[in-house]
Design a protein around this ligand. Structure first.
Ligand code: AMP
Length: 237
């Protein structure tokens, strides 16, 4: 399955990507994670990207397009991938589409995570991230066993540099401003699924699965039977 997850920061794209990875094996390709790693390792890319990221602005397309192209060319993406946070603009979406087409691949779905701004703000300013492994926690909804320490490796938890209230507001505004045309592009291609990102995690997962199954002729029978019955809803497609 070749998926794009799009939505404002804090909408839960990473959580769903991790779930799809665990259940289906497709790698979780997060441009935000790749860029943060480059900044941490002080690579040339990291140095060029860091000022944009600190402000909550988008990193220039040519840098991001290049890292995604290189990542999707790797062996582990040959039978599927979940793109999280890319594309973010119409231009990036077109570049991705052309690059996949050149390789004889195409997307199965572009999932838009819809959520209210006030919910995002609350989620992001309470988010804490492990400095080493990147595992995420929340001060009120997902506390670590020991305050301030990662459950997985015991390392310190920190507020991401771009998760302070002012930068979060800016990141959300950037998303809302630039993403509309991209969403319309995917709607026109018949690939768009909008999910309510305030629903429980498992419900969102099932909705996405149902959409993918409904689009795939191979699994259409399965979608009609299993997923429609489980969800008690009309099948799609
Ligand atoms: P994220 O973790 O997805 O919220 O991304 C963190 C930051 O990385 C963003 O605020 C941007 O500065 C940068 N970034 C991530 N993905 C992209 C992208 N597709 N295009 C441009 N900048 C990006």
């Amino acid at each position: 399955m070749n998926l794009v997850f799009t939505g404002p920061p804090g909408a839960g794209k990473g959580t769903q990507a991790a779930m799809f990875h665990a259940r289906h094996g497709a790698p979780h390709v997060s441009t935000g994670d790749m860029l943060r790693e480059a900044v941490r390792d002080a690579t040339d890319l990291g140095e060029r990207a860091s000022a944009y990221m600190r402000r909550g602005d988008l990193v220039p397309d040519e840098l991001v397009d290049a890292i995604v192209r290189a990542r999707l060319a790797r062996e582990d993406c040959s039978s599927g991938f979940i793109l999280d946070g890319y594309p973010r603009t119409l231009q990036q979406a077109r570049v991705l589409g052309e690059s996949l087409a050149r390789d004889g691949r195409r997307l199965d779905a572009a999932v838009l995570f819809a959520i209210r701004d006030e919910v995002l703000l609350e989620r992001l300013v309470g988010r804490r991230v492990c400095v080493r492994c990147g595992a995420t926690y929340h001060l009120s909804h997902k506390r670590p066993r020991t305050a301030g320490r990662c459950d997985l490796d015991g390392m310190a938890l920190e507020l991401r540099k771009d998760d302070d209230a002012e930068t979060v507001r800016h990141r959300v505004a950037v998303f809302r401003e630039l993403t509309g045309p991209m969403v319309e592009y995917y709607r026109g291609e018949g690939l768009l699924l909008q999910v309510d990102a305030e629903l429980p995690i498992l419900k969102i997962y099932k909705e996405i699965r149902r959409f993918i199954d409904g689009r795939s002729p191979r699994s259409r029978g399965r979608a009609r039977g299993v997923w429609a019955a489980r969800l008690g809803a009309a099948p799609i497609g």
